[in-house]
Design a binder for this molecule. Structure first.
Ligand SMILES: *Cc1c(COP(=O)(O)O)cnc(C)c1O
Length: 313
């Protein structure tokens, strides 16, 4: 890439921290804000921008001319990577879970169609091959096949992603130094880990709650722990990985959540995505109603974006 061609950097925008009023918040004597990180970019949105940022720089510094990554048919990371590659003048290859989609573009999701339209080359893997996406020999073969491509893991989740998320944490610290509780949605857990790692300790005590969107959430714990521990100090704040069986499996929106999404959007004219942020909000309300939040809590709900998921048919 020509470094004089400087693409728009959405992270230079400080996204708003918006106060939310609700009778329940008053009743429980908590103050609630939403961090509108969905407003940072229409397509490289929310946490995906922060996770990609330093990876894009690294790709360019290493002289790579393309990005290669993994994802499912509805992946926000695939959408974001395709768009970022286009912006940065890089090629992109998406290895997509679902061999059955290979010669059937008519079955492609909105996400895949858009990624393809942005120039991403889509290759489809059957479930067995897709499961090998972290195996060293599988990755070695990919690197050999695509020597000019920069490899991004699924979800873009790696150490450089955590560094980018750290900047988002800094921004929240500046906007609300008195925060006590922070909620975020969890897919791979890299965003949660990045927030925990970069949060500032406070005398009042602080907790970051990740709300898992997958039912097998506990399987993520070793990796999250590992990301957080890759630092020379103990985590500065408490953190938990929450999962709610009632919230349904990945990308399934049970009626209770569909209602919550609708009510929320009506009340605040504030869009949620059906996979991640609606579950984060659900988790927060569950905890509030179970009196898990002390009076005086200053709560930040992190809107991680993902709104391209609303256009799926
Ligand atoms: C990808 C995504 C997440 C999950 O991020 P992880 O770092 O993988 O945990 C959360 N919210 C939205 C909107 C996302 O697109």
């Amino acid at each position: 890439m020509n470094s004089t061609k400087n693409p728009a950097l959405p992270a230079s925008i400080t996204t708003p921290l918006q106060r939310l009023e609700h009778p329940l918040f008053e009743q429980h004597r908590v103050s609630v804000w939403i961090k509108r990180d969905d407003l940072n970019h229409p397509l490289i949105q929310g946490n995906k921008w922060h996770k990609l940022k330093y990876n894009l720089t690294a790709a360019v510094q290493q002289g790579k001319t393309g990005l290669l990554t993994f994802g499912g048919a509805y992946s926000n990371h695939i959408a974001a990577t395709a768009c970022a590659a286009q912006l940065f003048g890089l090629t992109s290859i998406g290895l997509i879970r679902g061999g059955e989609l290979a010669n059937h573009p008519e079955k492609w999701s909105h996400t895949l169609k858009n990624a393809h339209a942005s120039g991403m080359q889509l290759q489809f893997l059957n479930r067995t091959d897709y499961r090998r996406r972290q195996d060293a020999d599988f990755l070695d073969a990919l690197v050999a096949q695509h020597p000019h491509a920069y490899l991004l893991p699924e979800g873009g989740s790696n150490a450089l992603a955590l560094k980018g998320v750290g900047e988002l944490m800094d921004e929240i610290e500046r906007q609300l130094p008195a925060w006590t509780h922070l909620y975020c949605a969890v897919g791979t857990g890299a965003t949660l880990a990045g927030l925990v790692k970069h949060a500032k300790p406070a005398a009042t005590g602080r907790t970051i709650n990740g709300v898992a969107v997958l039912t097998q959430a506990d399987a993520l714990l070793p990796q999250i722990q590992n990301w957080i521990d890759s630092t020379d100090r103990p985590p500065p704040v408490k953190w938990h990985l929450l999962s709610f069986q009632q919230a349904g499996a990945y990308a399934k929106l049970p009626p209770a959540l569909a209602t919550l999404k609708q009510e929320w959007e009506n009340r605040w004219q504030l869009p949620l995505d059906p996979v991640y942020t609606v579950k984060m909000i659900y988790g927060f309300f569950e905890q509030l109603q179970q009196n898990r939040l002390p009076p005086g809590a200053q709560v930040v709900l992190l809107h991680t974006g993902g709104l391209q998921g609303n256009t799926q048919t």
